[in-house]
Design a protein around this ligand. Structure first.
Ligand SMILES: [Fe+2]
Length: 354
């Protein structure tokens, strides 16, 4: 490799330099096998064990901080100029939120499967509700984007500004009512159990595919919960960077590939995390007897960057690949994987145009 290119390629982003300076452990690669058991190291700013998943597909926008609250303990109070969506992986506890000058903090109680988003720069503190078991959570955030822009920890973690348009101490802020949002999304500030949310069936994106878009705390970040029935896989699609896909239930694998390039395969199960890179085609294949259920927490920022349309068929100018145009080895590989598991295929044969 040319020396100039090598030097350019070897440079670290400002965010990863900041992780080094903070002593925040970083996890790379295409996926994490199990967020619930990934090794963590103490991060002083958080006041507990943590690791930051900055996977290939994060591309400097969004990543996932795994954190732990030791049994009977709490983490440090914190506020920050990046957005964050917190999924509780194991345990139970509560988070307090407060604004400057407010007397009573708001307390939100949660358990494994709960999802919420601290309003941007709102002061908050996480508490473990058990004296016996640690709490493990994953906080998907756009800290890479914000730190890459501002570089300054003093600014990111120590600015007093309150975004009153988003949160001004409302006692009912963390409502779990699913309200209509943009397009097919729902607006909601607290989901007590992501496994219990009813999804809408979208066979045009995959014969066993259901989904519900979610938008928490007035964020620019967004997300969706999706399910892929046993013996089926989702049509390949392309989109922007940073979609953190967390596996809630089921087992399977995903294939991701840049146009014209080789497949990267990631095998997943409950607790896994993976991130398809921008513009890479990717399929999700369920190989378990039960449906796979995923939570994807994403960068958002509509109309920023390439105008990907992952829900619109390629025949209509979008980025959803129809089965007849997927690489032919895909279906054969899936049939082979299902055979190994003793799970029947529940998809019609592909009719290829001659
Ligand atoms: Fe995707």
């Amino acid at each position: 490799m040319d020396e100039v290119i090598r030097k350019r390629y070897a440079r670290k982003s400002a965010f990863l330099e900041w992780c080094d300076a903070e002593g925040l452990k970083v996890i790379g690669g295409y996926g994490v096998e199990d967020l619930r058991t990934a090794p963590l190291e103490n991060w002083d700013r958080l006041g507990g064990p943590a690791a930051y998943c900055h996977l290939e597909g994060s591309q400097g926008f969004v990543g996932a901080m795994i954190g732990e609250i030791p049994a009977g303990k709490n983490l440090k109070p914190m506020h920050h100029m990046y957005e964050e969506q917190v999924l509780i992986l194991t345990g139970r506890g509560a988070t307090q939120f407060w604004s400057e000058g407010s007397k009573d903090p708001i307390t939100l109680e949660w358990q494994a499967g709960s999802l919420f988003s601290p309003p941007i720069n709102c002061k908050h503190q996480h508490f473990n509700g058990s004296s016996q078991e640690p709490v493990r959570f994953v906080a998907v955030n756009n800290a890479p984007l914000i730190v890459n822009i501002f570089h300054s920890p003093d600014f990111v973690f120590d600015v007093p500004y309150e975004f009153k348009g988003r949160f001004s101490g409302q006692k009912d802020f963390f409502s779990s009512e699913l309200k209509p949002g943009e397009l097919e999304d729902r607006v909601v500030n607290f989901i007590p159990d992501v496994d219990a949310v009813q999804l809408d069936y979208h066979p045009e994106r995959g014969i066993g595919f259901s989904r519900l878009g979610i938008h928490l705390s007035g964020n620019s970040m967004v997300g969706h919960i999706m399910a892929i029935e046993s013996g089926t896989y989702k049509k390949a699609h392309q989109h922007g960077p940073g979609a953190q896909v967390i596996v809630l239930d089921g087992k399977g694998y995903s294939l991701m590939w840049p146009p014209g390039g080789k497949f990267v395969r990631f095998d997943w199960k409950r607790g896994s995390l993976f991130v398809p890179p921008e513009g890479w085609f990717h399929h999700h294949f369920t190989t378990s007897r039960e449906a796979a259920r995923h939570l994807a927490l994403r960068r958002g920022l509509r109309k920023v960057g390439h105008p990907w349309m992952p829900t619109v068929s390629q025949y209509e100018g979008g980025h959803l690949l129809e089965h007849e145009n997927e690489p032919p080895e895909i279906r054969a590989m899936y049939e082979e994987e299902l055979k190994k598991e003793g799970v029947p295929l529940r998809m019609p044969p592909i009719e290829r145009r001659s």
